[in-house]
Write a protein that binds this ligand. Structure first.
Ligand code: GLN
Length: 474
């Protein structure tokens, strides 16, 4: 909760801070550059989960990765709080590195609290997911208020304090985790450990050199064109990494079957976020330009629509947690694949609502806010069917010794989904609502097709989800 408070609190301010003029204490970047940096930054945060998971499995263990990752994130926010433009990128890089260590490993550890037969796993993840969203609400409120009333550096400072509270809480309650993820699960030879450290140090040195060259102007990177290729690069890395674990990870036949069913969940996750993440772009613009936000004499701020998702998550999570437990007890629990397919189809239904809203707005009149409220409600229900469930699937279906890096790979699907969402919004990027309704129709068709394919395939992969698990427990 505290890590997400710091992440979402800061994320909400980033683009505005970058585009504000120097006189207003912003960075004075152009909008194009700010969007590209934002996209690369959020992509990088989730991309680094891959190495974070790898390092935890081989060198540190999950608990240490979470602890040191948290410290690095806190340092990042402290650097961002320094009112100096030169240190901005250093702060962002620290947050990226720290989150890479923390995010996949903390998510993997939630699952390790449950045995493979425990029907509470999906519900446990739903509660964890509630924590994520409570953090996001606190972050948006506190950092948003500070940014407008005290200044941006105060808001970044608040994120650092949130992270510090999280670290203290983690240390105080760490004993409850017992022996979970205390050390590496994949044994490296001493030569392997040495090589890994050489690689880490080399990577950090290159990072320092590139950052220094960029800040002195010796190296100029066209962020806008880099951002365009990132979706392809991330997808290629995902495929290669998944294939290398599948073919060279010494997996037995049952582990291979589970990995195939997990691949379906990962594809479903990337496609889901590609639609869902319109929240920050096209849906946000629709709230701003096409929605009648006047309630009497009060104008609802556009940003409030963004918090609907988190508010719905917090209120609906307990019902979903109870639902999965009850279905599990009655042996009616649908397979992971089926739940994900349902999540995608419900997300698609939200875009059907938006399609009609955009048609109504095409006349030029602003439409009622209920359209967006209904869409965010449907998107949240879809998210609760898919997102915590997919985390649970990763923790259950992955070969145990690769728990951290499989979660890292899964977190990469967030990245791919987010980047595709940006590309989709951009390619229908006209100002008129006619274009927006085309975008919404396109996403509906895309999501319904993917939902049906995932549903159909899940009838095959559903039984593989259980492959070998009873045996391991016996
Ligand atoms: N809200 C979720 C989290 O922060 C998922 C984020 C995402 O972009 N997929 O963990």
């Amino acid at each position: 909760m505290w890590e997400r408070m710091s992440y979402y609190g800061m994320r909400a301010l980033l683009v505005i801070f970058m585009t504000m003029s120097l006189q207003e204490e912003g960075l004075g970047f152009s909008k194009d550059n700010a969007y590209a940096i934002y996209g690369l930054y959020t992509g990088a945060v989730y991309f680094m989960g891959l190495s974070g998971g790898w390092l935890a499995d081989r060198l540190f263990g999950g608990q240490n990765a979470v602890w040191y990752g948290g410290i690095i994130i806190m340092l990042g926010h402290i650097v961002l709080a320094i009112p100096s433009q030169n240190t901005f990128f250093i702060g962002l890089i620290l947050v990226v590195l720290g989150t890479g260590l923390l995010k996949p490993n903390i998510s993997a550890m939630v699952g390790q609290l449950y045995t493979d037969k425990d029907a509470r796993r999906d519900s446990g993840y739903t509660i964890y997911y509630m924590g994520i969203n409570i953090g996001s609400v606190i972050g948006n409120l506190v950092c948003g208020w500070l940014a407008t009333n005290q200044g941006y550096h105060w808001a970044f400072g608040a994120a650092a304090i949130g992270m510090a509270v999280g670290l203290i809480q983690f240390k105080i309650t760490q004993y409850k985790l017992g022996t979970i993820a205390t050390g590496p699960t994949v044994q490296l030879s001493s030569q392997g450990v040495r090589n890994s450290w050489v690689a880490i140090i080399a990577f950090l040195l290159i990072l320092v050199a590139v950052t220094a060259m960029m800040s002195t102007g010796a190296l100029v990177i066209d962020v806008v064109s880099v951002a365009k290729y990132v979706a392809y690069i991330f997808t290629a890395i995902f495929v290669l990494y998944y294939a290398s674990i599948f073919f060279f990870g010494n997996l037995d036949a049952d582990e291979k079957k589970r990995m195939i069913s997990l691949l379906l969940i990962c594809i479903a996750s990337a496609c889901f976020w590609a639609g869902f993440e319109q929240a920050g772009s096209s849906l946000n613009v629709f709230a701003h330009e096409n929605t009648d936000r006047l309630l009497g004499s009060f104008e609802i701020p556009t940003a409030w629509f963004q918090s609907l998702n988190a508010v719905f998550i917090i209120t609906l999570s307990p019902f979903f947690a109870a639902l999965w437990i009850n279905l599990g007890k009655r042996m009616l629990d649908p397979s992971y694949g089926v739940k994900c397919a349902i999540g995608i189809l419900i997300m698609a239904s939200g875009f059907i609502v938006m399609f009609f809203a955009a048609q109504a707005a095409a006349s030029g009149l602003a439409v009622a806010p209920y359209w967006l409220v209904a869409t965010y409600f449907l998107h949240t229900v879809g998210e609760l069917c898919l997102s915590p469930v997919a985390l649970s699937a990763v923790s259950k279906l992955s070969p145990k010794r690769f728990a951290g890096q499989m979660m890292g790979l899964f977190v990469l699907t967030y990245s791919i989904g987010n980047v595709i969402a940006g590309v989709l919004a951009g390619s229908f990027g006209g100002e008129e609502s006619g274009d927006v309704s085309e975008l919404f129709m396109f996403i509906t068709t895309f999501a319904v097709s993917i939902g049906i394919i995932v549903l159909a395939l899940s009838f095959f992969t559903g039984k593989w989800e259980k492959a070998g698990l009873n045996k391991e427990q016996a």
